[in-house]
Design a protein around this ligand. Structure first.
Ligand SMILES: [Zn+2]
Length: 44
């Protein structure tokens, strides 16, 4: 999951799995798909 957070008047997007912050929502979602902390709940 990615959650929106505001710090110092800027909006950041935080990976809920590992806590990394991104300045664009797209980067956050892209990271989320590759995040090692996330349990693989699907098979490709
Ligand atoms: Zn992550």
């Amino acid at each position: 999951m990615v959650s929106e957070t505001t710090r110092d008047g800027m909006t950041w997007y935080e990976c809920n799995e590992c806590g990394l912050l991104f300045d664009t929502e797209g980067d956050a979602h892209q990271h989320e798909q590759n995040c090692d902390s996330e349990d693989p709940s699907y098979i490709q």
